[in-house]
Design a protein around this ligand. Sequence first.
Ligand code: SF4
Length: 367
Amino acid sequence: MATATGTNTPAPAILTCSLLEWYDRHHRSLPWRVPPAVIAAGERPDPYRVWLSEIMLQQTTVGAVKSYFDAFTSRWPTVVDLAAADLDDVMKAWAGLGYYSRARNLKKCADLVAHELDGRFPQTEEGLRSLPGIGDYTSAAIAAIAFNRPAVVVDGNVERVMTRLHAMETPLPAAKPAIRAAVREMLPEDRPGDFAQAMMDLGATICTPKNPACGLCPLQVGCLAFREGKQERYPLKQAKPEKPVRVGAAFVAERPDGAVLLRKRPMKGLLAGMAEVPTTDWTARQDGISSRDGAPFPADWKPRGAITHVFTHFELRLSVFHALADIEAPEGHWWSDPASLSGEALPTVMRKAVAAALPHRRLTRRR
Ligand code: SF4
């Protein structure tokens, strides 16, 4: 086997070949993916489906995304269809995927592509990055996968593979430039799209965080971490400061017919425009209101335990209260009847609060 000069490590191009051969045989079958044999026959993936999947996959697992992807593409098969959709319907269909600013940007981006770009996504990283909701990673992923551009695509999976392959002693995030350089060295001219997906698949299925299946790995022959028997040592990470905790109370009011009182969050800020049950402010003060003193109106509020939800920048602990109430919905609120509740744009934290207050109720998602 050819090796890099003076070492026992195979040249990057040889590792790439081995990776692509593995991908040809063992790629994951995903609803948005065009298999390598079909790509080789000259077909390209639909940029709309690639874009949609990449936005959905930001911070979310493949398993969680599949059903949302199928629901979105059945209902809105093209970017023009999505642009014509009502924002509220898109938010409702997105509910549960988290990071709701992404859903709003998704709609903005669809509007822009449909109305200003004639329904066609830009093909370059730079062009893609100029669209709402598309950052460095996503623009690289779309450019590579949809347009076969030689873009360096590095997500958490790829970071893990590359830091192990090279036994990188620099912790993340400082190691990022070295990781990008190492990926660039391996980038094949003819199949950058398949290469990006092969790296993702390798990280997701073989080079897993715990117990990587090195015996099945196409990069094993060049992997320094494997050679040292220290696979799980990498990637090294800088210690993160603990997340601050915020507290508050959530009030689930239930009408005798089973309807639940909801309101819409402000259009700016966290979970903007989503639905919620009335809550107190979420405050970092540990003596903040987390009791029935913060109830939106007098009723026989009964405690129903507490829920915790971790956001990007803080952890939220909400005490949950429940009361039966038969009042007119206050201004800005509405009663959501049992048949409609599952389809409301309730973020996960609010679904947890409703589930704590109404444990007998199954909150399924509308598809
Ligand atoms: Fe990861 Fe093991 Fe492959 Fe190295 S040999 S890249 S540690 S799966």
